[in-house]
Design a protein around this ligand. Sequence first.
Ligand code: KIV
Length: 278
Amino acid sequence: MAKFTIQQMRKMKESGEKISMITAYDYSQAVLVEKAGIEVILVGDSLSMTMLGNEGTVSLTTDEMIHHIRPVVKGAPSPMIIGDMVFGSYNESISQAISNANRLMKEGGCDAIKLEGGRPEVVRAIVDAGIPVQGHIGLTPQTASLLGGFKVQGKSLESAKKLLDEAKSLEDAGAFSIVLECVPEELGRAVSEAVSIPIIGIGAGRYCDGQVLVFHDMLGLFDKFVPRFVKQYKQIGEEIVQALQDFNEEVKQEQFPSEEHVFSGISKEDIEEISKLS
Ligand code: KIV
């Protein structure tokens, strides 16, 4: 299948067809997403928790992000692949932001980058440098402590207006899409209607132009914390634990390997020779 493009994404918004986006962080996950026909992969900084076992996203480095983008690019040729700008990689200066965005594109090989916060000046500069940018507003995990923790955003009139303004200014700055995280459904709808670029919701209700979920959350692979907006389509984690327990038990009981998993082919005479040696 051909690579999914920004233009196709825009057309889907115009026609009302919903856009699916999912995180993936390695080759085998990317192959599964490719097979499922999902349009967009985000190599999200959530990998800091799901893949690297960190407490949050702040310590993740650009080198680590690139390390994870590369195998995803190899495993999923059709979806648009978006690399997440990590905390501290775009908050010092415009030139720092451009050079780290360049790194994700050149060294990682992704098709676009995402960055958190209503920062139109940074988005404009990266877009002007030739790099497609997806914004991310609402609950922004990298700066959650400034927002009072992992809470629903935009509940007051003032904060809802601020989010609407941020969405419009990111669109004006040239962002091709925006992730809108953890806001009331009515605000998700209002933001989606207020801009012409696709709004991809996560915990932002049913009326966004598309939806994104974290791979590990939707498959039951990460049980430290499951936000209310996540639908767990499977409990793969439990199935994996069961399979590992079965393997462990069968090894102890000498049931694995059984005849079908072993090789034969040495002649009786050679076996006698070999046993003399041991
Ligand atoms: O890092 C991530 O996985 C994200 C999604 C929650 C949108 O930013």
